[in-house]
Write a protein of this length. Sequence first.
Length: 142
Amino acid sequence: MKKEITATPVPEHERMKFMPFLYTTYCFILAEQTMFRTARKISKDYQGGHWQFVKLSNGSGYAYPEGPTKFNVRVSGNDFEGMLSREAFGIVCTLFALSNACAYAFMKEKTAANESLAERYHQLLDYVEQLPEAKLIVKAID
């Protein structure tokens, strides 16, 4: 049995450090833009706004938007359609951003950033496994 991965909200005074922590100092601006762009692209319910940041006990993290508690999500690239909680929606957006940033770091031959981003991605997927919406999240990113 795997050890439970816990999620802890990032306190206000640590918010500025979260994106560079999650997405590396090399890719965090690109990844943050990708996360917000993905949110707009996959859900008409997303209207922008403040995002909450969450650190995981296994070393990864994710962000999710405040606002609606549920998002109707449609991912055209894989024909996924479903309703996700705001946390699951944010995890999907974070996973897409991590994947994109990982590919970018690989293309730029930034090995350390690439490895760190890949590790964060897989750590977040490990956390997803213990969530009630795990199957929906995996279908959305497949």
